[in-house]
Design a protein around this ligand. Sequence first.
Ligand SMILES: CSC[C@@H](O)[C@@H](O)C(=O)COP(=O)(O)O
Length: 353
Amino acid sequence: MEYQTLHWKGDATGSLCMIDQTLLPTEFKEIDCWTVEGVWEAIKMLRVRGAPAIGVAAAYGVVVGTRELREASRQDFNKKLTEVVKYLASSRPTAVNLFWALDRMSALALKESSLASLAMHDRLLEEARRIHVQDREMCAAIGRHGSELLKSGTGVLTHCNAGGLATGGDGTALSVMFAAAAAGKSIRVYADETRPLLQGARLTAWELQQRGIPVTVICDNMAAQVMKEDRIHAVVTGADRIAANGDAANKIGTYGVALLAKAHGIPFYVAAPSSTFDLSLSTGDKIPIEQRSREEVAEGFGRQTVPEGVDVYNPAFDVTPADLITAIITERGVVQRPNRELIAAHLAEDAIA
Ligand SMILES: CSC[C@@H](O)[C@@H](O)C(=O)COP(=O)(O)O
């Protein structure tokens, strides 16, 4: 089945259309966001989720949010743009791609300060489309580089969903698996279910099934046993923000998987585009970790699973220290044994492959 995680519909006065990922795998439904509040809600509620996809959605969200000011003075347009950017930035705190995309939209408006509002708004849509296309290209390049690391016959564990549903293209971690399969390698993917919102069970399993790649879902607490049984030979995950020293934030549970991989001598790979790096943070302990609601844990299966009055702690992400990461795969290539110096060199302007 052909699908697009998100896309712009119509001309510059159109809407942002996206798959409502909260309904998968039982219902495939697209929703149209006509207001910036609708885009904010879709990001907050994980209708659209995954670091790169959140960035693309936010860029289109700026276009939605400034649409009514197309005929206004440029001063009023700029005021609205600043409000819209600030508002969208408040939707989720951890994925740096959100802020990266919003910064790009703001920087363009600043650079094009002499344009009338109408032309400026058209330019913002072009920029959002460019961010989307570039994300698609980055995913493809990550797949090409990463697939070299997987041999035929590999069992691959992944956590959460870092597939096409999480990006504007084919995904980051899953792009590696799609490219390996396309190259004729036989792989089996183990997908951690990923409590509490089950992105692995609902979304990763769905995507792999759509692409005809063998996938087995395991509960999060089964990974150690499955590794011990020698079913897993590599772990590949995505990331939401990578600090300058290589510490990588990803869905809660990823750090535990990295520790298990180390204990079993299994390589642990992180696949992420350069837009996921935050070089302003020297280490991962500075990465803001989103805290989510009690209900996601206590009522996650459509019924109450925790006694009333009992506290629940629900951090949405954790940080895997760089020394547990075998390599980081970006659109530029592979950084083996990542550290501050290697990452700086890899991301330097002239290092593009
Ligand atoms: C290519 S997506 C990488 C990450 O964003 C992904 O692994 C993840 O943790 C997503 O979390 P989510 O809370 O579903 O947005």
